[in-house]
Design a binder for this molecule. Sequence first.
Ligand code: ADE
Length: 391
Amino acid sequence: MRFTIITAFPDFFRDFLSTSIVGRAVKAGLFQVEAIDLRSFGKGAYRQIDDYAFGGGGMVLAPKPLKDALNAVSARTGEQRQKPFLICPTPQGALLTQETVETLYRQPHVVIVCGHYEGIDERFIEGEVDLEVSIGDCVLTGGEIPAMVVIDAVSRLIPGVVGKSGAVKEDSFYRGMLDHPHYTRPSSWEGRGVPEALLSGDAGDIDAWRRKEAVARTVTRRPDLLAKSDLGYYAGEVYVVIECGSARHVGEWAKLCESYGVSRLLLAMNSPEKREILRQDLGESSGVKLMPSLEYAVDWAAKKGKKGGRGKGKNLPLLVEVPNSEREGARHWLDVKRLVLEKGGPVLFYLFEDDRSAEKSDAIRLVPLQEGKLPFYGKLAALLDRFLGSR
Ligand code: ADE
């Protein structure tokens, strides 16, 4: 991929593009960056690129030099037909997030127009800019440092830029969570040790500790991020129980559950004859488990949790009913997601294909998704996407 930076201060980028990880990646040709001097498109002997703001209030970058610079880029690269993706760092932009970084990574050519002084003439922004981005609720002297932030963040996603390929996946925000703490030698420093799990050498324990810490940090520092987190990755086993009268849609449900990484789809069906027919239809490899009732399925998951978990009853699943209609004491899905993440254990969602509701008193009941107006398949998809969807 390629970045073109249009800036009045190309010198800003010299060290950035030749130092450390970005420098190495540029040198290795993993991506290309060029900085275009906006002043060479300025007016007159002084190469003027700005002018007084109408209405007063300082200098504004004029639209013509910016457009000329952009045209020169397109003419050189022959991109008249497929326009590059143009972004403009400004405090008025949308806050830069990992999602935006991923969008930019998917563009073959990103042009970054760096503002300065009071800003950029709005007509250029309206006519040319695809996205205005802010790197935080603070005002900087220009768009150059935000441009470096953007390039740095995007470059990390380009294969080969960051040494260990797994590392990007463990980053803060990659799965919607903050990163866990890190430690290096010595194992004791100024009276502070290193968490036992990290010294254990047990990959499973280390992984579990890291996930737990990532969740704990996110819950206390940035609870707003929880909506973006992938519950399956952090909470372990996720079961879905559907109580249904017929097998008509089982194939679709199973596919949906599989794509969202549900550990097991359990079907509660009280007719032994229907269960037997369905068992034969599905075959051994379907991964769908048939149960006579919801209570049976809950007991099965609880036993499985006990067997798999460490300590007495530690891994009993949290039961979450996904009802069709509003009930007293219901909880918002985001609140339940936080609860599951805090508990860190398995979770079992249960749904009824018809309009019934469960009587299990120890279950958490969700506020109906989309006010209960979704058809069953939509309800299942919305549930899985909110709790298990990756952002
Ligand atoms: N230019 C000036 N301040 C900025 C900010 N916070 N983000 C992006 N561009 C800027």
